[in-house]
Design a protein around this ligand. Structure first.
Ligand code: PHE
Length: 451
């Protein structure tokens, strides 16, 4: 194994944990998780999601990190290296390609939604200086979607700040950005939770989120929960693999994987517990909120609470930062790949990748207005891209990663990489990676295809 990556290295375990949890914690936790829970009926979805994190997400996260650390390159070239050195079929390189395409697709809409958070941070910031209050959140949200220029402007700003950090490189850009802003987000969520308690509706939210009604579970519910587990943990598209490539040799992979998955799950649940009391308190229907859920519900709380406006600035500002640290990890794999391919500078590679993704993002932005009536797989354009990338490509990528790490990579390699596990722990990882995770992913994909 190489001791270093040409792209740079994390300076410590903490730096990796911050970067990886920065990647994991993002719009997926605070925007996507609540709206999927709402669209999929609550409790059963949440429990299936939690099971997916534990049984599928964790083992695959360890697999991604260890593959990255073995290869020390961008995913495509890591896979090339691992298959070449092990004498395995080069077809496994497909994992890296799926990851690249998924990263590009996800970032293209992620940046547009990241732009929403900026727009809202701005709207609230303007209110501090006499801007119009948001009295009808549904109308404000609708007006934003109806305006191509608003969406494209903020999408562009979001892409610009993302490329800015990626262009600066691993230690200088990525690490610095994540170190102090993540804990702040956690605090803000705790504050919202406290507001939720003050409405007296936390119990109801708890029941909605954790009392399962399995009679309503369909193939769609299963797939949504599995896809969300992958999306939220940034798995299946080799993002964590790329970060693993910069991980120093002596750091315990199981330990960082458990820490990152734990933090990510905690933030998602906290976000759910902060947002659903607001829905109940204001008599909104918790079912079927769609992607607008937090943007149409939370403003009601901000209008009602003491210091609600500055609080809203902080909330959307930090949500933007959370999205930013995730988008960095989406731009990193294509950038690292371009650097390795063309021997070009990191800056140039990051800019080229960002430009292409920005252009694809226009499809999402225009899908809300100009191309509003277009339907793909029964969804609007943004929904379709989100569905294919996160609910299909991530699970398929994750399945292949599990198979590769479980059956193709030699045990010598995986045992060495997971040396911090005792024998029982290693056996458990192998059982999950070789059997449980692949079988579960296949069952869910089959359930969707068949019904
Ligand atoms: N995990 C990120 C989030 O929850 C999104 C993401 C997906 C980032 C896939 C990287 C890769 O917001």
């Amino acid at each position: 194994m190489d001791n270093n990556s040409i792209h740079g290295m994390w300076s410590s375990r903490l730096a990796f944990i911050l970067a990886a949890s920065g990647s994991a914690v993002g719009l997926g936790n605070i925007w996507r998780f609540p709206y999927l829970a709402s669209d999929n009926g609550g409790g059963a979805f949440v429990l299936i999601y939690l099971a997916c994190i534990l049984l599928v997400g964790l083992p695959i996260m360890a697999a991604e990190i260890l593959m990255g650390r073995q290869g020390r390159m961008s995913p495509v070239n890591t896979l090339r290296k691992l298959t070449r050195e092990g004498g395995h079929s080069g077809a496994w390189t497909l994992i890296g390609w799926i990851g690249l395409v998924a990263a590009v697709a996800i970032l293209s809409f992620y940046s547009v939604v990241g732009g929403w958070t900026l727009h809202y941070a701005w709207l609230y910031f303007a209110q501090l200086f006499g801007g119009a209050p948001i009295t009808d959140p549904g109308a404000t949200f609708g007006a934003m979607l109806a305006s191509p220029s608003t969406l494209i402007f903020w999408h562009s700003v979001f892409m610009l700040v993302t490329v800015g950090v990626v262009a600066m490189g691993v230690e200088k850009g990525l690490e610095r950005a994540v170190k102090f802003l993540m804990p702040l987000l956690f605090l803000i969520l705790l504050g919202l939770l406290a507001y939720g308690f003050s409405t007296g509706k936390v119990g109801q939210a708890f029941e909605f989120l954790f009392k399962p009604d399995f009679s309503e579970v369909t193939g769609d519910t299963l797939l949504a929960a599995l896809g969300q587990a992958f999306f939220s943990l940034s798995l299946g598209m080799c993002g964590i693999m790329t970060y693993g490539a910069y991980l120093p040799k002596d750091i315990s992979i199981p330990r960082v994987a458990v820490t990152v998955a734990g933090m990510d799950t905690a933030v998602a649940l906290l976000a759910g517990l902060a947002i659903f009391p607001v829905l109940f308190a204001f008599g909104l229907d918790p079912a079927g909120g769609g992607p607008g859920l937090i943007f149409t519900s939370l403003p009601l709380a901000f209008n009602d609470m003491a210091f609600g406006i500055p609080y809203a600035v902080a909330f959307f500002g930090l949500l933007f930062v959370a999205a930013w640290t995730s988008s960095i990890s989406l731009l990193e794999p294509p950038t690292a790949f371009l650097v390795e391919m063309g021997k070009q500078s990191r800056k140039k590679a990051a800019i080229v990748a960002a430009l292409v993704i920005w252009a694809i993002g226009l499809v999402t932005a225009l899908g809300f207005n100009v191309w509003q009536s277009v339907r793909v797989f029964g969804r609007d354009l943004q929904g379709a891209i989100e569905f294919v990338a996160s609910d299909i490509m991530l699970p398929v990528g994750g399945l292949l990663i599990a198979l590769f790490a479980g059956y193709v990579l030699s045990r010598n390699i995986t045992r060495g990489e997971l040396s911090h596990l005792n024998e029982g722990g290693y056996k458990a990882w192998r059982f999950l990676t070789c059997i449980i995770a692949p079988v579960l992913v296949l069952i869910v994909l089959a359930a969707k295809l068949l019904g």
